[in-house]
Ligand binder design. Structure first.
Ligand SMILES: *Cc1c(COP(=O)(O)O)cnc(C)c1O
Length: 388
């Protein structure tokens, strides 16, 4: 087995340098736990950045991937495929209203790229409105939608112009959205930006203004989708139907996959206007089929809602000295701190709990939706020990 020091050295020497890394090598996962190379166990309240909603190495996902790997791994969308057809049907069955058209891709950023292209193709317009504090990904189109300066600034000259409006400010959005707007892009809950939920009234006002002007309302559900917030999708709470949705993270049980979804009323896009070599490959489709079927059959969205409410109340009752505000829905929870989050993440890890930052001073918790109350209690105890 490779030694720890050698492993770190190899990654540091040959990796891009783009990532700040914690001095821990994760080598195995099982349910809500991950293990480092020394055998130390951590409760993964990150779900591997919101991906492992079913926990790590869920048996249904393992079986689906294993069987499909031995059957057919790759199949371009210029041919039909059994697993892909089944996935389209399953996705269509969980989507409300006429959100029944999909473009399958390989990541969240790619889903937002696709969403922008669909909006442009459907409207023929150029204008884009996004929210301050947003995060939509790192490729050029998705990056242009991303507010955070440190991600966007080095590339600004290459990025399309986007008008940023204050999040949850109805008046500002109504002013910015016009007859030349192609797309209005918003997260159901801003994740990276600090776990700020979109108000129901805000989403309804965006829907109304987009109806008035013919702009496409794109809701980024990459982090909030697939039960995370206590519903299948975050926008459902507001009772609206977006024109376009971007999906990723938890969609395929841990395998890389993204998807753009849009309303049937808008029809398909023209041939050859978009495409992807790996998009809709049978291996990822099989994993997604297993993951989404399990979420549905185990009612994980409802479980996230009920356990999330309980956990939120537990955290609120801790009355933490180091905390300023608790936010979130379902099992997407942000705790704004009085100080920096980095030392808190380190201390939590020493207590056996992995958590995420959201900006400089918000602690973000995205545990697997399969987590039970006893395990959530362990997270709450660690937070109390560190911030109490
Ligand atoms: C993670 C995330 C993305 C980017 O997804 P990648 O798979 O990293 O490209 C985009 N939008 C939101 C809201 C996200 O949380």
């Amino acid at each position: 087995m490779i030694e720890t020091a050698a492993l770190y050295e190899l990654e540091n020497q040959h990796g891009s340098g783009a990532y700040g890394k914690r001095p821990t090598a994760l080598v195995r996962g099982e349910g809500v736990y991950v293990f480092d190379e020394l055998g130390n166990r951590y409760l993964d309240a990150t779900s591997g950045q919101g991906v492992a909603a079913l926990g790590h190495c869920h048996p249904a996902v393992i079986d689906a991937i294993s069987a499909q790997a031995a059957t057919l791994i790759t199949c371009h969308e210029s041919f039909y495929n059994d697993r892909r057809a089944e996935l389209y049907a399953l996705l269509a069955s969980i989507m409300p209203a006429d959100l029944k058209r999909f473009f399958l891709c390989n990541s969240g950023a790619e889903a937002n790229e696709g969403a922008l292209k669909v909006a442009k193709l459907l409207t023929g317009r150029n204008g884009i409105v996004a929210a301050k504090r947003s995060f939509h990904g790192r490729t050029a189109g998705a990056l242009s939608l991303t507010w955070t300066q440190k991600y966007r600034k080095p590339f600004q000259e290459w990025l399309p112009a986007v008008e940023y409006v204050a999040f949850n400010n109805i008046e500002a959005a109504e002013q910015a959205i016009s007859e030349s707007t192609a797309a209005v892009v918003v997260e159901a809950i801003q994740g990276e930006g600090g776990v700020h939920p979109a108000d129901d009234a805000y989403l309804r006002a965006l829907r109304e203004r987009c109806d008035q002007t013919g702009a496409m309302l794109i809701v980024d559900e990459i982090q909030t989708g697939f039960g995370r917030t206590g519903k299948w999708f975050g926008f459902e709470r507001a009772g609206i139907v977006p024109d376009i949705i971007s999906l990723g993270k938890a969609i395929a049980g841990g395998l890389p996959m993204g998807a753009v979804c849009w309303r049937n009323a808008h029809g398909p896009i023209d041939r050859a206007t978009h495409g992807s070599t790996f998009g809709g490959n049978p291996l990822a489709c099989a994993a997604a089929l297993a993951a989404i079927t399990t979420m549905r059959d185990e009612a994980l969205a409802e479980k996230a809602r009920v356990n999330g409410e309980w956990f939120f109340a537990e955290l609120a009752a801790l009355d933490l000295r180091g905390a300023r505000q608790l936010r979130g829905r379902g099992l997407m929870i942000g705790l704004e701190l009085r100080g920096r989050v980095t030392p808190v993440l380190k201390a939590l890890q020493e207590h056996g709990v992995l958590a995420l930052p959201a900006g400089l001073n918000t602690l973000r918790l995205l545990p697997p939706l399969t987590i039970n109350r006893e395990q959530l209690g362990v997270v709450a105890d660690a937070i109390k020990a560190v911030l109490g």
